[in-house]
Design a protein around this ligand. Structure first.
Ligand code: CAA
Length: 379
């Protein structure tokens, strides 16, 4: 059984690797330059059932294993961080349903996300509630068979294009984190305005938006779990999704190292390939070793998620922290290996360096990851 799972995992990884190299890599620079949401990559993932990797077979998925998803996200991120984010956020939007949804909600919504027929988003952050997610001000008031949402959400990946948005809102503000509830909101709802945010440093093709709710009516049957379950659902989701940001970071770093290795072998100075110089070799060796160490941690966090181990919370935070810091360092060093050529957008490493930065910020800044780790260590 274990061997069969490994073979299937490797088959999925290999096919996504081929797809990424043949079809996404040639688009990556253009997606970055145009800053346009890559609908063609969404279609490609739909055609090849790539979104399904994040979801269990009983809900129309292919796997549902965090480790398998990690391998897939890493392969896509090696060539295009924006495209890998499409997969990570589809999972991020599906996990609240998996964790907090009723059987009926799972059967209704998850197959749509697994097939890619619907695009998902996860709306937790607000203009004044980022790291302190529990201080959110978006309200949901019960009105008969509906809730009425008022407030705004900020930095929402896929916010402008999502068909299904998981929105966290306070149903009982005085109860703080215990008064937050989660809702499945239709992207086309009346009373929902979506303002796209432009001018990002990296992941430029990714759609980022502010969502403004003005008396937005949501049927009560679209609430996930009970009133007040929302914050625990939100945190449980991040335990599962942070390792995937680690996977994305790994991919960005690995893509940059691969490019730097190729360049160092063909670039000649002082009569030899620069790869012959020990100074360069030590740099490349550190990049490889640091990535491999981060990969071990990301895979360990994914195994903990797959086994539903309680230590997944700290491992997820460690994986995201270490992999994103590693990606930042490795991509910066890759630019250094290429020298002046690394600094211009004719070569991909400057894009990778810009893309790496967001992995230290989203799904909880690395300062927040340290808080989560320290709290667990000290408990
Ligand atoms: N699983 C389940 N429950 C959890 C939990 C977890 N991992 N972590 C905390 N909880 C529970 C606690 O047990 C507690 O429950 P009780 O009330 O029953 O005691 C409750 O939640 C509140 O916990 P805390 O007191 O620890 O909450 P806090 O207000 O101190 O906040 C925090 C903790 C870790 C700082 C949290 O606010 C946090 O993670 N902040 C960062 C937010 C974040 O990551 N945002 C990213 C947005 S998503 C994004 O970026 C996506 C994208 O676009 C790609």
């Amino acid at each position: 059984m274990a061997v069969e799972v490994e073979i299937e995992r490797e088959t999925i990884r290999q096919s996504v690797r081929e797809l990424a190299r043949a079809r996404i890599a040639p688009r990556a620079a253009d997606i970055d330059r145009s800053g346009e949401f890559p609908r063609d990559v969404v279609d490609l993932f739909r055609e090849h059932d790539t979104f399904a990797v994040a979801f269990p077979p009983q809900y129309g998925g292919l796997s549902g294993s965090a480790l398998t998803l990690s391998l897939v996200i890493e392969e896509v991120a090696k060539v295009c961080a924006t495209s890998s984010l499409l997969l990570a956020v589809q999972a991020l939007g599906g996990y609240p349903i998996l964790i907090g949804g009723s059987e009926e909600q799972k059967a209704t919504y998850l197959p749509e996300l697994a097939s890619g027929r619907k695009i998902a988003a996860y709306a937790l952050s607000e203009p004044d509630a980022g790291s302190d997610a529990g201080s959110m001000r978006t309200r949901a008031r019960r009105d008969g068979d509906d809730y009425i949402l008022d407030g705004s959400k900020m930095w929402i990946t896929n916010g402008g294009v999502a068909d299904l948005i998981v929105v966290f809102a306070s149903t009982q503000p005085e109860a703080r984190t215990r008064g937050i509830s989660a809702f499945l909101v239709d992207g086309q709802s009346a009373g929902l305005e979506r303002r796209e945010i432009h001018g990002k440093l990296g992941i430029r093709g990714s759609n980022t938006a502010e969502l403004i709710f003005s008396s937005c009516r949501v049927p009560a049957e679209r609430r996930l779990g009970e009133e007040g379950d929302g914050f625990k659902i939100a945190m449980g989701v991040l335990d599962r999704s942070r390792p995937q940001i680690g996977s994305q970071a790994l991919g960005i770093g690995a893509g940059a190292l691969e490019y730097a290795l190729g360049y160092a072998k063909q670039r000649h100075q002082f009569g030899q390939a620069i790869a012959e110089f020990q100074g360069l070799q030590f740099m490349l060796a550190d990049m490889g070793a640091q990535l491999e160490a981060a990969r071990c941690l990301v895979h360990e966090a994914c195994r903990a998620v797959d086994a539903a181990e309680p230590r997944m919370t700290e491992l997820a935070a460690m994986a995201k922290l270490v992999a994103s810091d590693t990606a930042m360092k490795v991509t910066t060093d890759a630019v250094q290996v290429l020298g002046g050529y690394g600094y211009v957008n004719e070569f991909p490493v400057e894009r990778m360096m810009r893309d790496a930065k967001i992995t230290q910020i989203y799904e909880g800044t690395n300062q927040i990851q340290r808080l989560v780790i320290a709290k667990r260590l000290l408990a």
